[in-house]
Design a protein around this ligand. Structure first.
Ligand code: VGL
Ligand code: ZN
Length: 251
């Protein structure tokens, strides 16, 4: 691919053209524009970019209470990507015992069924990521010593929070958008679990607060209950979340 591109550039005597294109890419990137990178150009994370590592916790790993298929397979890649970012924020799903998102809190309901709550439809989950339990710990092989913030969410007993930015009512803030603005970040790159819930909702909300958002697909895994993975990509694409791969990033 790279060779093809070089050949192309050579054959079009396009020194000037290439410079313009490269400047365009840099500019578009800095502004958080939503076009995918042209073939052959890699994204170099800069000081206004932040990697958001979503919920890489034991309960979402095979063997955990709400295991995501291949959830552990992303860990080496997440570590590798994180090493290429100056700024990294991690999230932790952090529920009270008896949390409203647990099927066990709704007599007669089973995990993966839904119920209507004050803030809308809630998927009901097995008990997971209960505050202070081993299932809520970050995966032991996650090595991101330079991570700058761990944001916890879902700690209100009566409300879920898939998103790192806003809880399930879409209004209650976790504080992350203020933090990100104060730090001057413009573009969020998302990795982690699960693609169709916490990664998706965080990416959608990143766009809502005016950030560029890119989901690094191969550094995520999904739950995919009732078509949720397809729906998630549809929603994300609609609001300009970029769907990229780890090979698009220069790390
Ligand atoms: C998540 C379901 C319930 C996630 C968290 O991290 O995607 N999914 N709680
Ligand atoms: Zn949860």
């Amino acid at each position: 691919m790279v060779t093809d591109r070089r050949e192309f550039l050579k054959s079009t005597m396009a020194g000037a053209l290439a410079a313009t294109a490269a400047a365009g890419v840099t500019r578009a990137h800095a502004q958080g524009a939503q076009q995918a990178s042209p073939k052959g150009t890699k994204i170099k994370p800069g000081p206004r970019d932040v990697l958001l590592v979503v919920d890489v916790q034991n309960d979402f790993i095979p063997g955990g209470a709400l295991a995501v298929k291949e959830g552990d397979a992303i860990v080496p890649l997440v570590n590798q990507l994180a090493a290429g970012f100056e700024h990294v924020i991690l999230t932790q799903d952090w529920h009270t015992p008896g949390h409203i998102s647990f099927a066990s809190s709704h007599p007669g309901k089973k995990p993966f069924e839904t119920t209507q709550l004050a803030y809308g439809t809630q998927v009901l989950w097995p008990d997971h990521c209960v505050q202070g339990t081993p299932g809520a710990d970050l995966h032991k092989d996650l090595k991101i010593p330079h991570g700058e913030l761990i944001i916890r969410k879902g700690y209100r007993k009566q409300m879920d929070s898939y998103s790192a930015f806003f809880e399930a009512d879409g209004k209650t803030t976790t504080g992350l958008s203020g933090y990100v603005k104060d730090r001057g970040f413009r573009q969020v790159y998302l990795v982690g679990l699960a693609t169709d819930f916490c990664v998706c909702w965080s990416a959608l909300d990143a766009r809502k607060v005016g950030l560029g958002a890119s989901v690094i697909e191969d550094a995520c895994r999904g739950i995919d209950t009732n078509g949720s993975l397809g729906k998630a990509w549809e929603q994300m694409t609609k609001v300009g979340v970029k769907r990229i791969r780890s090979t698009d990033i220069a790390v």
